[in-house]
Design a protein around this ligand. Structure first.
Ligand SMILES: [Fe+2]
Length: 271
């Protein structure tokens, strides 16, 4: 497989916020619809779309029905992981084609492995019920070790909601700790062919290195968290222009990540 693989990553749509959300200035369902329209119009078309969690605000079946309707224009496969605002069981029931949970997944965990082109995509479930931080418990780490082993050293892309490292945005770091991160880093390093780790949760674009692999946090397709690295800075939402992340992967060069504004800037001007 030598053709580039294109992976569009959408994160944290939070569908289900009320009309007063952020002073009435953010309609999260409309924001997801606009991001989907943007991805559907990309050329070349992405081969697959990944949703990295917080699909909904409260994890209700009605909210997932809205997410499912919003995703309808996408002709390519869509895969999702739950975030701390989701209910993994309700999400799996509403979006089974987006969450093809592995037959051997630990009880209740939304983890699975799918093959797209030359890449194995492995979804991890970092949700801790009723809490904002994340965790990969030992049973899921053991499942991941088996899943990585089944890939026999072939290229792998991991995706999950919670990023495993702090960012310096203290108020966000305080609710973002990922338990099991050290063990995850060891598995990534041992596999040796993890091309990248895609996350959400931070509502900001952030790049890191983790276990010797690149790690990308996609911004939200709706509202962002204000970038403020001052100690003690408050947690503030901000209506920056939403973006989707577009990952271009080739076996020879690995992962190249672009940011694509959902807003239409026209066809460009010849230089
Ligand atoms: Fe979120």
């Amino acid at each position: 497989m030598n053709a580039p693989l294109l992976i569009a990553q959408l994160s944290d749509p939070h569908v289900g916020t009320g009309p007063d959300f952020l002073g009435g200035r953010m309609d999260t369902r409309a924001a997801l619809q606009q991001a989907v329209a943007h991805v559907a119009a990309l050329r070349p078309a992405p081969d697959v779309v990944l949703l990295t969690g917080d699909l909904t605000e409260r994890g209700s079946a009605a909210e997932y029905a809205q997410v499912l309707a919003a995703l309808a224009p996408l002709p390519m496969p869509v895969y999702a992981v739950p975030g701390n605002h989701d209910d993994p069981k309700v999400a799996q029931a509403a979006l089974p084609q987006c969450m093809p949970v592995a037959a051997d997944a630990p009880s209740g965990a939304c983890c699975y492995r799918v093959r797209v082109g030359g890449l194995h995509l492995i979804a991890l479930d970092t949700v801790v019920p009723m809490r904002s931080h994340g965790a990969l418990p030992p049973v899921q780490l053991a499942w991941l070790a088996r899943a990585l082993g089944a890939c026999r050293g072939e290229p792998v892309l991991l995706f999950m909601h919670h990023p495993p490292l702090p960012t310096g945005i203290e108020a966000m770091d305080a609710c973002s700790l990922l338990e099991g991160g050290d063990e995850l880093a060891a598995l990534v390093r041992a596999h040796g062919a993890v091309q990248g780790i895609l996350c959400g949760h931070l509502h900001r674009p952030v790049q890191m290195q983790f276990g010797g692999a690149p790690l990308h946090v996609a911004p939200s397709v709706s509202h962002q968290i204000r970038l403020d690295l001052r100690p003690g800075a408050p947690l503030l939402a901000q209506l920056e222009p939403p973006k989707v992340s577009l990952h271009r992967w080739t076996p020879a060069h690995g992962l190249c990540t672009h940011s694509s504004y959902v807003q239409d800037f026209g066809q460009g001007v010849p230089l």
